[in-house]
Design a protein around this ligand. Structure first.
Ligand SMILES: NC(=O)C1=CN([C@@H]2O[C@H](COP(=O)(O)OP(=O)(O)OC[C@H]3O[C@@H](n4cnc5c(N)ncnc54)[C@H](OP(=O)(O)O)[C@@H]3O)[C@@H](O)[C@H]2O)C=CC1
Ligand SMILES: Nc1c(N[C@@H]2O[C@H](COP(=O)(O)O)[C@@H](O)[C@H]2O)[nH]c(=O)[nH]c1=O
Length: 350
């Protein structure tokens, strides 16, 4: 399929729109609807698992503005899905809309959702992919790695000082970050399928690990509360709760934890520490994004945010890059800073 200059520009815009979504169980996707002369009619993006897909979002914003999309072109960063997951199939929504042509970047590698282009073609819509496909794949490379590994997408979250401490020398850590930053972190807990901590954190903090609303009430959707490590979690520990959504996984291996969580239906897990567990995920290359709430404060000693990385010299330095997706890579939250990063793949020296 040949692509017009307007379609290429629309795909660049769609990639930018995609970055407004949040990372997690689903890939970042953006969509732009063009009229036959190449003018933008409507745009959309996916806001995260359980919300409208980018195509449906763009169609909804066209409908809300009273714009007729009959005969229009949909430009989207990922092949439209063909399955009913948490929302309905985009291929069918596009067929119903009267859109005449669909241009997408990357093919959908998720076996369950693939087949959208074929369904569109069968329904009489001209559909073709490959426009800026590498950019789209790069945007979602960690998500694709999680899918290929049949494991959840992993967000590691820390609340740390400027000198990278997540607890003081005596083990206390409440609170390093401000109420604003802690409320912001609850957004993540409300979004993920599971929250994970090590037995050390359970012993030190007796945390609840529940998702709360801004007013402090318990959120409707609760993540599974998971603990890794061998020390038995006491019967009276708050993390056990009363809703049965608790699991202890008696291992030190992050891959084993992820396999077990995946079997429980978890597609996005937030690792909330402590430093031993967070470090184990980073060392294993199993952290897909890092959200580091950083307080302008110093502790001088205490628990390191990431222990046991096994880095002895600059040759093994673990580098990350800023990730602007989901609101920005460095965002002030109250007096603190929320840093959002993604790992740079490590290349062995030749
Ligand atoms: N500011 C923040 O963001 C946070 C701060 N904290 C603070 O951090 C401190 C706890 O951190 P930390 O002591 O590192 O505890 P962790 O919560 O990381 O738990 C560590 C324990 O988990 C088990 N474990 C699980 N996986 C591994 C592994 N891969 N390697 C080794 N052990 C493993 C071990 O216990 P076992 O023998 O049972 O197997 C280990 O002692 C507390 O002071 C807490 O207040 C905690 C969370 C977040
Ligand atoms: N100390 C610290 C955090 N600590 C994390 O929050 C857990 C407590 O959760 P809960 O009992 O559900 O409120 C605690 O065990 C640890 O995982 N989080 C932050 O955003 N900022 C902070 O300064």
């Amino acid at each position: 399929m040949n692509f017009s200059d307007a379609e290429r520009a629309a795909m660049e815009q769609a990639l930018q729109l995609a970055r407004r979504g949040v990372r997690g169980a689903n890939p970042l996707v953006g969509a732009v609807i063009l009229d036959p002369s190449g003018d933008v009619l409507a745009t959309g993006f996916h806001r995260g698992a359980g919300t409208a897909h980018a195509e449906a979002d763009a169609l909804a914003s066209a409908a809300a503005a009273g714009i007729d999309v009959d005969g229009a072109t949909m430009v989207v960063t990922l092949e439209p899905c063909n399955h009913t997951g948490r929302t309905g199939p985009c291929s069918q929504a596009i067929l119903r809309s009267g859109i005449a042509r669909v241009v997408y970047a990357a093919a959908d590698t998720n076996e369950d959702a693939a087949g959208g282009a074929a369904a569109l073609t069968a329904g009489g819509v001209e559909a073709g992919g490959g426009l800026l496909a590498d950019e789209s794949r790069k945007l979602n490379s960690r998500w694709a790695a999680a899918m290929a590994g049949r494991r959840p997408f992993v967000t590691v979250k820390t609340a740390q000082t400027l000198d990278g401490r997540t607890a003081a020398a005596d083990g206390t850590s409440q609170w390093i970050t401000s109420p604003e930053a802690r409320a912001d972190a609850q957004d993540l807990r409300r979004r993920v399928d599971a929250v994970l901590a090590g037995t050390g954190t359970i012993q030190a903090d007796n945390p609840r690990l529940t998702a709360r609303n801004p007013d402090g009430s318990t959120a409707e959707k609760q993540p599974l509360r998971a603990v890794m490590g061998h020390t038995p979690v006491p019967a009276e520990a708050a993390v056990r709760g009363t809703d049965g959504r608790f699991v202890q996984i008696r291992t030190h291996d992050p891959a084993v934890v992820l396999a077990e969580l995946y079997a429980h239906g978890v597609r996005h897990v937030m690792v909330e520490g402590g430093g031993t567990v967070a470090g184990a995920f980073l060392r294993a290359g199993l952290a897909d994004e890092l959200v580091a709430y950083t307080a302008p404060a110093l502790l001088g000693a205490g628990t390191a945010a990431f222990a046991g990385l096994g880095i002895a010299s600059m040759a093994r330095i673990q580098r990350w890059r800023w990730d602007p997706a989901g609101g920005g890579s460095a965002v002030p939250v109250g007096p603190d800073l929320r840093l959002h990063l993604e790992p740079i793949p490590f290349e062995e020296p030749e």
